[in-house]
Ligand binder design. Sequence first.
Ligand SMILES: [Zn+2]
Length: 278
Amino acid sequence: MLPSKELPENNWERSLSIDMKKVLWQEMRRTEFEQAVKADAVVIIPVGSVEQHGNHLPVGTDAIGCFTIAQRAAEAIDEFPVLVSPIIWAGYSPMHMAYPGTITLKFNTLVNLLTDVAVCIYAHGFRKIFFLNGHSGNEFIMKALRSKLASEEHVPSVVGYSWWGISQVYEEMQKICQSDEGAIGHAGEVETSMQLYLRPELVHADATAWVRGVWGDPSTGTRDKGERLVTAAVDALVKVLREYHSGELDARTLSGREVFEGQKTVDSVFVREYMGRR
Ligand SMILES: [Zn+2]
């Protein structure tokens, strides 16, 4: 139960007559989805990986970080519903198959999986779909997906970010993680810090010496840095979700003032024009 706070008139929780705010897709019922569509919900699809993260971090590191950031951002927004789909638990990680524990999808499997999930969510009436990526090996697939979904699946309204790719986050990462210069790396300062904050029981603190397959310096990770990183990522995501919901994000990317997730504005213009012709 949430504390009995005064809910604003437009709060969608009131219209659902539920006494607990739900953000996780799998916990919702049919009627709640109908209400969420009416309230113009944003749906986050978090995308993780299962891959070695050195000798000190769990293979689910990317999924744990990404899902937590998505869930906390969704819970922090009250003006409109934000739902978090089940995490895409595996990603594209062939480069890590040399080490035990890695489970990678093939390139086409991941593309098809992400496509199927987005198409289903769109089919239920959701028009704001937000991929939140947690693994750098997925990035190039995520970037191409926007055009693919629009031109082949007629799902035009998708955006995607790697959580560390939101500009505000990167600035914070540079301040917080100076030994790795703010780079996300792999099982280095950033990811070690985040796991020390989120799931310390899974971190082998005596094994943070650098080994092959690690990018960055795990020995400089701390719980405090992890908390600051997660907080910065959640705050930045909340801001972007609000801009996405209001249309501001689209307007800005179309205006040519901002590079959108590594894609020049031409992509957004293409998607808009393509769909306009339909
Ligand atoms: Zn990772």
